[in-house]
Write a protein that binds this ligand. Structure first.
Ligand code: IMP
Length: 433
């Protein structure tokens, strides 16, 4: 079983980084397939904390090839900083490869992202402001510039000049902003490109070779299913495909190559930015989850909205991604609650449904139908097997699995790699052997 996709099953921030880090320990290749610097997680390696936005955490293992694939959007300055933060602390980048097809986030993307959010006012999406949406928009409009374009400086400068004619018209005439100078932007790009271009390689070919050699490959999705541009809660979504199918679209690997699809979900739900969130808790229970779970964005520092686990959304994620199993994260955060609630259905004006509404306006008015389970008071952070968990915590895990219709094979009880329970006889354990 050599090929696994790790996909966020909620609204992002499911602690996918920890699962990827775990699987990466004995993976030959780790591939990031979507998103850009809007994503982020901290990795602790040799006692040092690294903030990773783009480079897969497999980078800490010199035997793991780390690929930033075609479906990713890159901000050269951010990437250069991330690379420097690694090399300056002794981490080698010798195993990093970047696709020439990855699109560039340029300064006008970041500026337009912020100006457009300001213009939307109360209707804002709550983006991370990293220029991700405008960069993907240019990719779809076929006026984006890609990493590979940096290989020919004269052509790159000419293309940038041409693209920026329109960008500057938009900046000045629509938003009343100052125009940007294409030559300055190009100079900056080439300053950063010097350190990045040596890592550019045909990543699709590298992956094809790895698969032919039966190497173990882990695909790492950024964000989560409910933020997918097509399958998320549009328009309050990101602009890429975090879903498992995105692993194929973003890398050039065919769907038949994927053997294991692992959905990562927290034992509760969080969301950053605007948009519907039926199980949101706007009271002290939500605050308790936020504080206990340190639910503040890694990229923006924004407090995350917190609420109970939503199995209507999770069942939808299970279907959209063909999940084989679930990694249930941050179970320890729920310890100490007198009771825990699980959303099993939504009530709308006219009906009660267990299906995630196709009509997104229904989602905005959906009220959660809860099942209440007794909580557990014990500290579970040193449990090493499901049977070591208090009975009420075991019941919670079993009920999640039953309601979603997918086995929970991994349970995380703390941030450390060792605080992870992996079912012995499951697909994840087999993948890790
Ligand atoms: P964008 O990706 O910056 O355009 O933001 C669009 C939406 O996706 C906003 O609601 C963001 O808060 C959300 N978002 C983007 N990246 C992440 C992430 O890594 N975790 C959680 N939410 C995210």
């Amino acid at each position: 079983m050599p090929c696994a996709v790790v996909v966020g099953a909620q609204w992002g921030d499911e602690a996918k980084g920890k699962i990827v880090d775990l699987l990466a320990q004995n993976a030959d290749v780790v591939v990031r397939y979507n998103g850009g610097p809007n994503a982020g997680h901290s990795v602790v390696f040799n006692g040092q904390t690294f903030a990773q936005h783009i480079i897969p955490s497999g980078i800490f293992n010199p035997n793991t090839l780390c690929i930033v694939a075609d479906g990713v959007v890159l901000d050269l300055e951010d990437l250069a900083k991330e690379m420097h933060s690694l090399t300056s602390r002794g981490v080698s980048l010798g195993n990093l490869r970047i696709s020439p097809n990855a699109h560039l986030i340029l300064p006008y993307h970041k500026l337009l992202d912020r100006l457009e959010e300001e213009r939307r006012g109360r209707g804002r999406i709550g983006t991370t402001g990293r220029g991700v949406g405008p960069a993907y928009a240019d990719k779809a409009s076929r006026c984006g510039l890609r990493v590979g374009d940096l290989l020919d400086e004269r052509r790159f400068r000419a293309s940038l000049r041409q693209v920026m004619e329109l960008k500057n018209l938009i900046l000045t005439r629509v938003y009343g902003a100052e125009p940007l100078d294409p030559e300055k932007i190009a100079d900056e790009c080439f300053r950063y490109a010097q350190g990045i271009l040596p890592y550019v390689a045909d990543t699709t070919a590298l992956l094809r070779k790895a698969l032919l050699e039966n190497r173990k490959v882990v695909f790492e999705g950024a964000q989560g299913t409910m933020l997918d541009i097509d399958y998320g809660t549009y328009p309050y979504v990101t602009s890429s495909h975090p879903v498992a199918a995105g692993a194929c679209l973003g890398t050039g690997v065919g769907p038949r190559e994927i053997d294991l699809i692992l959905g990562v979900a927290k034992a509760y739900t969080t969301r950053v930015g605007e948009g519907a969130f039926p199980t949101e808790l706007k009271d002290e229970r939500g605050d308790q989850i936020r504080e206990r779970g340190h639910e503040y964005g890694t990229t923006t520092g924004r407090p995350r909205r917190c609420g109970w686990l939503d199995t209507v959304a999770l069942r939808y994620a299970a279907t959209v991604n063909s999940l084989d199993c679930i990694a249930l994260m941050c179970l320890d955060v729920l310890s100490g609650m007198p009771e825990v609630q699980i959303c099993t259905a939504y009530k709308t004006k006219n009906c009660e449904t267990k299906e995630f509404p196709a009509d997104r306006s229904l989602l905005a008015e959906a009220k959660p139908v809860y099942e209440t389970l007794p909580g557990w008071q014990e500290d579970i952070s040193s449990a090493t097997s499901i049977s070591e968990l208090p009975q009420n915590a075991q019941n919670y895990v079993a009920r999640v699995s039953e309601l979603v219709g997918v086995p929970v094979e991994v349970v995380s009880v703390g941030p450390d790699r060792r605080q992870t329970i992996i079912k012995d006889d499951g697909a994840v354990a087999r993948f890790m052997k």
